[in-house]
Design a protein around this ligand. Structure first.
Ligand code: NAD
Ligand code: TDX
Length: 334
């Protein structure tokens, strides 16, 4: 495969930076990261990458002139940049509308002008929630039914991409992935919040009864799926990415506590998230059968241990975010 020039938006965030590391390790591609470095962007997540392969541009995906210039110099755009946290979207929705909707629109207009291949990163949350005992999982045909300001703006961004494919012939694909975990995830998110609470001598915080189910996938497997879609996905198609990792929040929290040598019940129950989706679950048959993708790390217990070790060994990475994150949660009563 000829080396490509890949523009990765949101490449300083959790999953975008994982993808940049993956591209450098598995291809000869040249990468440009466009990232606004919001509270969620972290230059340390890109540390150690070869400077002749990875360039970093600080900027906003809503900045039409900057986006046009960067898109004109790229063969492929992989769009991760987003406001990504549900709790923040319930507190202050505006940045979600700006980045997730207007930002995606700005990128679509640029790839339309330049004829550039576009891959849009999205979430299973666009499909809403499932009952705990529903035998069906989300598929590419499940109707959209988002619950939160976050998931509704992601759903809107997916629909913009579909419209730009159909109306303007933009060469785009979409992927909707389940909950990611792994190294370099912001400590506002469930798994790193609890691990770092324990490392700080604080008790983990479970929303409600903890019966809510999430379908966990390691970020490395998300990255390998996205690369496969860029290389072999059919234009205009949507692919769901998941690794059959359904677990209740309570089960995940008890696994973290046990793995870190704490009693399994050493946590606090706090006020539930308003509008909290009960369950997400992905059927990734299409991606597996059409593109031959398989997750490499399906052993969640092992992935969790690796993640705990990473946070233990990389306190310099997460410590600067921790106090401000917990202060925000205290205001929300969670
Ligand atoms: P994150 O919050 O860790 O990272 C987001 C990145 O985008 C940050 O580096 C931030 O600085 C950047 N950014 C935000 N607004 C920007 C703007 N206006 N212009 C340029 N850059 C901007 O998020 P994440 O968890 O890595 O999620 C990345 C993508 O994957 C998002 O599109 C999200 O919807 C999607 N996704 C996430 C998950 C998950 O479990 N975290 C699951 C499925 C899909
Ligand atoms: O302290 C907590 N206690 C708790 O019980 C936190 C932060 C969360 N939770 C619960 C809420 C959810 O049921 O844990 C579950 C996971 O929470 P988050 O990490 O906030 O993830 P979620 O809301 O499921 O959304 C995630 O997956 C889909 C990502 O943040 C999204 O970006 C992605 O689209």
């Amino acid at each position: 495969m000829m080396p490509r020039r890949v523009l990765v938006t949101g490449g300083a965030g959790f999953i975008g930076s994982n993808f940049v590391h993956h591209l450098v390790a598995h291809t000869d591609d040249a990468v440009t990261v466009l990232d606004k470095f919001t509270y969620a962007g972290n230059a340390a997540s890109l540390a150690g990458l070869p400077e002749d392969r990875v360039a970093v541009v600080r900027g906003d995906i809503c900045d039409g002139a900057l986006v046009d210039e960067l898109v004109s110099a790229a063969d492929v755009v992989v769009h991760y940049a987003a406001e990504s946290h549900n709790d923040n979207s319930l507190d202050e929705p505006r940045p979600f509308v700006d980045t997730n909707l207007v930002g995606t629109y700005t990128l679509l207009e640029a790839v339309r002008r330049h004829g550039t291949r576009f891959h849009h990163i999205s979430t299973d949350e666009v499909y809403g929630e499932l009952e705990l005992d529903d035998p069906e999982r989300f598929t590419e045909r499940t109707p959209y039914n988002p619950s939160s300001p976050y998931s509704s703006t992601k759903a809107g961004s997916d629909l913009l991409v579909r419209a730009w494919v159909r109306s303007f012939g933009v060469r785009a694909t979409i992927s909707n992935c389940s909950n990611n975990y792994g190294p370099r995830q912001h400590v506002e998110k469930f798994i790193p919040r609890q691990i770092t609470n324990i490392l700080c001598g604080e008790r983990p915080r479970l929303y409600g009864a903890g019966a809510n189910v999430r379908d966990w996938i390691h970020a490395d497997d998300h990255s390998s799926a996205v690369l496969r879609i860029i290389e072999a996905g059919r234009i205009g198609e949507t692919y769901l990415i998941g690794a059959d990792g359904e677990r209740s929040n309570r089960m995940v929290l008890e696994s973290i506590l046990t793995a870190m040598g704490e009693p399994a019940d050493a946590y606090d129950r706090v006020a539930d998230r308003p509008g909290h989706d009960l369950r997400y679950a992905i059927d990734s048959t299409k991606l597996r059968e059409e593109l031959g993708w398989r997750p490499a790390l399906q052993d969640f217990a092992r992935g969790l241990l690796m993640t705990i070790d990473w946070y233990r060994d990389n306190e310099d990475w997460w410590r600067p975010q921790k106090a401000a994150t917990e202060a925000k949660y205290r205001e929300l009563g969670r």
